[in-house]
Design a protein around this ligand. Structure first.
Ligand SMILES: C[C@H](O)[C@H](O)[C@H]1CNC2=NC(N)=NC(=O)C2=N1
Length: 97
């Protein structure tokens, strides 16, 4: 079971995510990023690779796709906010994009 991030780990994690283009919604305690690709095939390829990774982690994104854009929001529903799993998944999505 995930635990809600707090203290130094949370500050450090959020700082790193913001530096790579993620924004933090304080009301939901969620992070979001809009990924842009060359075309639909690249966007959907990213979603396919990301989905396989998310399923392996048993941690799933809220996301939507329009043509070559994929909008992603990450939060941990089980703890009503950010956990280490969100930081890990965000980092992986950045690597895959
Ligand atoms: C039962 C199952 O392990 C849980 O519902 C998992 C599945 N994927 C999840 N994904 C996300 N983003 N948050 C969760 O709390 C969560 N919980």
């Amino acid at each position: 079971m995930a635990t809600k991030l707090d203290g130094h780990d949370r500050d450090e994690g959020l700082t790193k995510l913001k530096a790579s283009g993620w924004t933090h919604d304080a009301d939901r305690d969620a992070v979001s990023k809009s990924f842009s690709f060359k075309n639909f095939v690249d966007a959907f390829g990213f979603m396919t690779r990301a989905a396989i990774h998310a399923e392996k982690m048993n941690h799933h994104p809220e996301w939507s796709n329009v043509y070559k854009t994929v909008d992603v929001t990450l939060t941990t529903h089980d703890v009503d906010g950010l956990s280490e799993l969100d930081l890990e998944l965000a980092k992986k999505f950045d690597e895959l994009a």
